[in-house]
Design a protein around this ligand. Structure first.
Ligand code: SAM
Ligand code: DTB
Ligand code: SF4
Length: 347
């Protein structure tokens, strides 16, 4: 087996050499690394909820929620805490172990923070891992979130520093890095990754992974999104990414950040099951689970569970305080759901 160590000094030449490996060599290496750090047949499942949708002041060219583009989305206010907690309870009931709440903000306002903190406390009390993605944070806001029990903060770098300005002009790469540093200093786990399919080059893909892997500590979670092309956004007509290139990105991420969960993130609705199976082979070990991402679709939960069953994959238990009772309940719920679906489709 190829021995792997966790490194923070990746160079562009090394990373590009990984991207250029023959596909099977790259996948073999990624799968070998994966098996040194993870149970190979376990995949972490998170559920997303948009707690504040649309009318965002940022101009991210990929995003249906930017107020700069007309995508037909209804603008919404911050969701009520009770409704968020109900959605979290529903996510737990279908077997999710982490609940990620996203807001279309440049940054949270002082007026919204108390509600956001209540959401964290409430979701945590349900026995779920908590994750939020709210945009740029001040150090004080970061500390308040950590205090409330937030486990993960999602803040994507999206692409390389060189390509960033082609996609977003209303904020800078260094501001993103600053928020990540606050999150780390406050003791929370980092979820940070990017998007493929925005017209970036392989150098940009390598550049994003170098930024993430050369942080003082690797993000615990690395979401790799396939652009969801939404009508009205400037990237709606971008060319599709070659599916094998997308798998290569997951494999290189796995090799460079061997201890991180690599998430096969947005775009699964556009992927067939064979491609998703290849993604797991390349070392992806986390997905968004439940029929909606933030504003766009995701495969139905029962479809995912049938795919897991066909591949012999099981959902991963929560990382900390592995709660056996909760895990047993999740597995039972998944089996029941799968069986009832199989029964219905048989008649
Ligand atoms: N507003 C906050 C921010 O940008 O940090 C949080 C929410 S934002 C929607 C979270 C992430 O979703 C973005 O960083 C981006 O990577 C991803 N995203 C948004 N639109 C997407 C799309 N159409 N396809 C794939 N990923 C997308
Ligand atoms: C991430 O990397 N992808 C998620 C989550 N983090 C917040 C968001 C995907 C959004 C896809 C477009 C939408 O549904 O609006
Ligand atoms: Fe706003 Fe986040 Fe969408 Fe950018 S990605 S427009 S910051 S919601």
């Amino acid at each position: 087996m190829i021995a792997s160590v966790t490194r923070h000094d990746w160079t562009p030449a090394e990373v590009l050499a990984l991207f250029k490996l023959p596909f099977n060599d790259l996948l073999f290496q990624a799968q070998s690394v994966h098996r040194q750090y993870f149970e190979p047949n376990r995949v972490q499942v998170s559920t997303l909820l948009s707690i504040k949708t649309g009318a965002c002041p940022e101009d991210c060219k990929y995003c249906p929620q930017s107020g700069h583009y007309n995508t037909g989305l209804d603008k919404e206010k911050l969701m009520e805490v009770e409704k968020v907690l109900q959605a979290a309870a529903d996510a737990k009931a279908i077997g999710s172990t982490r609940f990620c709440m996203g807001a279309a903000w440049k940054h949270p306002s002082a007026k919204d923070m108390p509600y956001v903190l209540k959401m964290v406390e409430g979701v945590k009390a349900l026995g779920l891992e908590t994750c939020m993605t709210l945009g740029k944070l001040t150090q004080e806001q970061t500390e308040a979130l950590a205090q409330a029990g937030l486990d993960y903060y999602n803040h994507n770098l999206d692409t390389s520093p060189e390509f960033y300005g082609n996609i977003i002009t209303t904020r800078t790469y260094s501001e993103r890095l600053q928020t990540l540093a606050y999150v780390r200093d406050a003791g929370m786990k980092i979820c940070s990754g990017g998007i493929l399919g925005m017209g970036e080059s392989v150098e940009d893909r390598a550049g994003l992974l170098i930024q993430l892997a050369n942080l003082p500590e690797h993000p615990e979670s690395v979401p790799i999104n396939m652009l969801v092309k939404v009508k009205g956004t400037p990237l709606a007509e971008e060319e599709d990414v070659d599916p094998f290139d997308f798998i290569r990105m997951l494999a290189v991420a796995r090799i460079m950040m061997p201890e991180s969960h690599v998430r096969l993130s947005a775009g699964r609705e556009q992927m067939n099951e064979q491609m998703q199976a290849l993604a797991f082979l390349a070392g992806a070990n986390s997905i968004f689970y439940g029929e909606k991402l933030l504003t766009t679709g995701n495969p139905q939960a029962d479809k995912d569970m049938r795919l897991f069953a066909r591949l012999g994959i099981q959902p991963e238990a929560r990382e900390e305080h592995a709660d056996e009772v909760h895990q047993a309940a999740i597995e039972q719920a998944l089996i029941e759901q799968r069986d009832s679906k199989l029964f219905y489709s048989a008649v």
